[in-house]
Design a protein around this ligand. Sequence first.
Ligand SMILES: Nc1ncnc2c1ncn2[C@@H]1O[C@H](COP(=O)(O)OP(=O)(O)O)[C@@H](O)[C@H]1O
Ligand SMILES: O=P(O)(O)OC[C@H](O)CO
Length: 492
Amino acid sequence: MTHILAIDQGTTSTRAILFDARMQAVGTAQKEFSQHFPQEGWVEHDAEEIWASVLKVCRDVMESQGVTPGQIAGIGITNQRETTVIWDRATGKPLGNAIVWQDRRTAGICERFRQAGCEDDISAQTGLLLDPYFSGTKVKWMLDTFPGARERATAGELLFGTIDSFLVWRLTGGRVHATDATNAARTLLFDIHQGVWSDEICDLLDVPAAMLPEVRDCASEFGHTTLFGGSIPILGVAGDQQAATMGQACFEPGMMKSTYGTGCFALLNTGTEPVESQNRLLTTIACQLGGQRTYALEGSIFIAGAAVQWLRDALRIIDDAAQSGELAAQSDPNQQVVLVPAFTGLGAPYWNPDCRGAIFGLTRNSGRAEIARAALESIAYQTRDLWQAMQGDWGSETDVILRVDGGMSASNWAMQGLADLLGAPVDRPVMQETTALGAAWLAGMQAGVYPDRAGFAETWALDRRFEPVMSAEKRDAAYARWQRAVQAAMAF
Ligand SMILES: Nc1ncnc2c1ncn2[C@@H]1O[C@H](COP(=O)(O)OP(=O)(O)O)[C@@H](O)[C@H]1O
Ligand SMILES: O=P(O)(O)OC[C@H](O)CO
């Protein structure tokens, strides 16, 4: 058995990547799927379409590489986190569309619990904040909205899961209803200190315990799938940002990665003790291996690569994402156009679900290039917000080098801009599919074919280091403009 199959179920596409015995990616298949925006601030996925995309990419990659199930030692699953599915235990059919992590429909529910004084207690247990981002209020909304759903969930007829859990259920033919600790940590229902579902929060949100998946280590047995013409064990599961943290080998306290996909998620490993943020960051589980939890501080930005998609799909000023850097490079350096990409509210450290996007500093000379530049710079400014918050929580005396990955990290222009606006070096690894690599590593380690943490960390290789070249004066002035722009957008 020479291969590991990683399934990376992301927000905009599903990928299957085959890794060989030396942890090299030897084949990839990818499929985009539909995004549904039924109302302002709502974002949904069709869980059946996601499932079909998973089957397709797995079959395609095995076929293209001529690899049979008998040659695959294990499957690792990694997924968009928080996105919520409820399905029927008997039929496996979803109750409705999945509510995506970006969806803001439960802002009112969050506000009601905040007014009732529940946020501190919820934060203390979960490490999260009362924001529609997390699964808990999405589950509540579904149970409140679909007639008879709560009664059926209480009777054990309906099951809840994040995407990993839904895929494990489907892949195992309904035999396993499980998730891993990193995905559980994003639900708002999980006590990250005790490593168990919180009865108190489940009662508060009226979520029946009978519908919750069993929580397992990231590398453990999640059953077998026989859907590809032979039996393959599922041996690894982790939320995509945590998988990327592992794929970047950020195993030591103080190591940090930032992934630029649809959104941007920066995780700083804080070791075996959770650190409570004083700067509106999240405390989360980075991984759980052998029953031992490692924690992280996380900064979550909702719009990163999605701003580039907006340039392509809504403004139509580029044909594909890679052109954004070329266009930005043509911009007039003397213009000071700032884009606040709060298309679905603002995440860390602002946590403002009602804020919407804004552009400042336009002149008659502002055009496509300046807008493209503002879009790419907005990702760097948002990372600096997180960077400062992390330094506040972790201590700024430590020299943290940021490891970057995700689709947008391919843009040299954006990564140089990031180093400039942070005033710190940015490291991009050779292997930029770190999310899939992390999931593959979990499964391969569990299968006994890949090395342990130390051996894996030695394989991390630098593609390019981006050193800051911008003057401190220019950097501070630019960042001050961004801060004013955010305040103005929130006041609008
Ligand atoms: N060369 C590039 N420059 C800027 N943005 C890019 C580039 N390539 C991809 N992207 C952006 O990266 C995102 C895709 O990254 P990916 O890691 O696949 O995301 P996800 O896992 O969220 O689906 C898209 O939003 C796309 O606009
Ligand atoms: O699909 P991505 O890569 O944008 O990641 C989504 C995150 O997991 C949401 O928390």
